[in-house]
Design a protein. Structure first.
Length: 653
């Protein structure tokens, strides 16, 4: 046997909090050393926090990380006992360039620095904007330091280790292949991979594939926590030659240690003739990787290491585990991501409480539920009565009814706030609405009149102004409560419900909002959730208003949004696809006012509203990123505000 204990630390860092992040790293290092870990792994950019974006242009920001790395190296020193190899992510300056890098540390010494090679500049990533890339065969020394820098593998007494960073693993021809062929048996990938729906299964399959293709023991560690609009689910994996032997819990901080027998990796390499043949060909013609010798590193087979025994003590019969419901997993992951997004509240450090303008509708109710679950997590160390008191002081909800708000929705707001135990205030605004309509009318010319849409928007803007004034006076963080479906078509008011400090649900379609509310009702059984699910969606800004009558059925709207924005289909193709999704009878069941031919009208309406609403949604506050399809000009969908939809109207259907 050649046993080594591997520690994976999932910690929640804040961008720029170099001192605090370093203290967390050192605390985790001490815990891993006390557990006799041979390898201790931290996530990408763990010293600075990720993403640090243009902060790396400040020399002081980079120098502070290097100074912290030196302190971490000192803390890794051991006088007696087992030294641990630590892998830590940071920004490094080398020969006038900046690199997203991994430092390998052991027993007081920085053994080497390995730069990231694959720099994502798509979707939410902008790394190539500031960082330079490492390359195959890169070799050098950090200026003024006796520290190797480049394409490296590290030889310790227990075996050979290669390190890489996040995106490097997503290419089959990444540095893992090269370093494995040059002897690395253990590959540690340090990541800051943002959560998005569906990514967990993709990660798991990709990690198993890479470990099997390269015949390595693959260790993967991910960042946890929210930074701006990005949320990171944390967790990690240990996969040996394609066999998943450990999967860490996500959405929490913690340290997990796993024992691995590296003799198994060596044996499987020897047995796999295909891998050996490929390795021989690569070593004959491919790039050689520099080897850093670290003879003072940890030895294998420490007494604290144990050979892995199956839970059921059978090497042939698999352990029986309950199969999770796919819909339940989807909802739980999405809710966890939204709760994690409220790290925005914690890490900005400028707010004292949370405020929600509560309409009694689905969007604001779901936003309230997420804030409530966040508060229960935040105050979980208190006894139940003290927790209730803290939640009441922490979450403030305001109902601001006007002429068209029904007693039904007003009662829903009152009921759900009472059930959750949050502070609730009802402040009617009809008098202010009438006064504002009169004042606006006095500003118009003799042939002009206050329009119906203006009268509706005035209600939303008065609520928005009230919430902004409350926020200024109380230090509260106003949660914007609009959803992605309405955002896509501009069914929202600039200066009103479109505004706020931060949004939890602005990247979630209306159909998903409804599904999440149904799931939460099934889990918590709050009567207010059941009541809101039974109401028809309405902005309640005009008499008998229904959102789907103003727009189209939400399933149709969300399908149009997906097909146009995510799949980049033309309107004519969207019509052909949606025509196969629903019959006329099914559409009439969704919308009793439906008549044959209306589907094409809805699609043309969506295209017109979407292209005409870009100027609106670029003004919205930051929102939690949860999927690939999102309306965010900074990190998701970069569309010009000034544009024409002529090119979308060249086909008839």
């Amino acid at each position: 046997m050649r046993l080594i204990k591997i520690g994976i630390a999932t910690i929640n860092t804040r961008v720029g909090a170099v001192v605090d992040n370093t203290e967390k790293i050192i605390g985790a290092m001490k815990e891993m050393k006390s557990s006799s870990c041979g390898i201790g792994c931290f996530h990408e950019q763990v010293i600075a926090g990720y993403p640090c974006e243009d902060f790396v242009q400040w020399k002081m920001f980079v120098d502070t990380q290097w100074n912290s790395l030196k302190r971490i190296a000192v803390e890794s020193r051991v006088k007696t006992g087992v030294p641990t190899v630590f892998i830590v992510g940071l920004t490094v300056r080398h020969q006038s360039n900046l690199y997203n890098a991994a430092a390998v540390i052991c027993n007081g010494k920085i053994c080497g620095i390995v730069p990231k090679e694959k720099l994502p500049t798509y979707g939410v990533f902008y790394e190539w904007r500031t960082f330079s890339r490492g390359w195959a065969g890169m070799s050098g020394m950090i200026e003024g330091e006796d520290i190797p820098f480049g394409d490296l593998v590290f030889r310790f007494p227990f075996g050979m280790v290669g390190v890489e960073i996040c995106e490097d693993i997503w290419s089959p021809d990444g540095p893992m292949r090269r370093r494995a062929y040059n002897g690395a048996e253990v590959i540690v990938n340090i990541s800051a991979s943002p959560f998005r729906l569906g990514i967990v299964d993709t990660r798991r399959e990709m990690i198993s594939t890479r470990a099997a293709d390269n015949q390595v023991t693959l260790v993967y560690v991910n960042q946890y926590g929210g930074n701006d609009s990005l949320v990171f689910d944390g967790g990690g994996y240990v996969n040996q030659n394609g066999l998943m032997i450990a999967e860490l819990p996500r959405w929490r901080e913690g340290i997990v240690c796993e024992d691995v027998d590296l003799e198994r990796t060596a044996r499987l390499r020897f047995e796999n003739t295909t891998w050996r043949t490929d390795c021989e060909a690569f070593l004959k013609y491919g790039e050689r990787v520099s080897v850093v010798e670290v003879p003072e590193g940890p030895q294998p087979n420490h007494p604290a290491c144990m050979f892995r025994i199956p839970e059921n003590k059978s090497f042939f019969i698999p352990v029986e585990r309950p199969v999770k419901n796919a819909f339940e997993c989807y909802c739980e992951d999405l809710i966890a991501a939204l709760i994690c997004g409220l790290d925005y509240y914690e890490k900005t450090g400028v707010f004292r409480k949370i405020g929600i303008s509560l309409s009694g509708g689905k969007d604001s109710t779901l936003s309230l539920m997420i804030c409530y679950l966040f508060a229960r997590k935040r105050f979980s160390g208190l006894d139940e009565e003290e927790m209730k008191k803290k939640i009441r002081e922490f979450i403030w909800c305001f109902s601001m009814p006007a002429q068209y708000n029904s007693e039904e929705t007003k009662n829903i707001s009152r009921r759900i706030c009472k059930e959750l135990g949050v502070t609730f205030r009802e402040i009617p605004i009809q008098a202010e609405v009438e006064r504002e309509i009169e004042k606006v009318g006095s500003m118009l010319g003799p042939d002009e009149a206050v329009t119906d849409i203006t009268k509706m928007n005035i209600q939303a803007r008065i609520r928005g102004e009230r919430m902004l004034n409350w926020s200024n006076s109380s230090g509260g963080m106003w949660i914007q409560t609009g959803n992605m479906s309405e955002k896509a078509v501009g069914y929202t008011t600039i200066g009103g419900d479109m505004m706020g400090a931060y949004s939890l649900i602005a990247n979630i379609p209306k159909t998903v909002i409804i599904a999440l509310l149904g799931y939460l009702y099934g889990r918590y059984r709050f009567q207010g959730l059941k009541d809101v699910l039974e109401t028809k969606a309405s902005a309640e800004l005009a008499d008998a208003q229904e959102d789907e009558k103003d727009l189209m059925p939400f399933p149709v709207l969300d399908s149009c949004m997906y097909l146009l924005v995510e799949e980049k289909k033309s309107p004519a193709v969207i019509y052909r696809i949606t025509r196969t999704m629903w019959t006329d009878d099914e559409l009439k069941k969704m919308a009793p006012w439906y008549k044959p031919g209306m589907l094409s009208t809805w699609i043309k309406k969506f295209v017109r509203l979407f292209t005409g609403s870009i100027f609106k949604w670029v003004q919205t506050p930051q929102a939690v990123h949860v999927g690939k399809l999102e309306l965010d000009r900074e990190r998701a969908l970069q569309l010009p505000v000034v544009q024409s939809r002529e090119w979308l109207e060249t086909e008839d259907f």
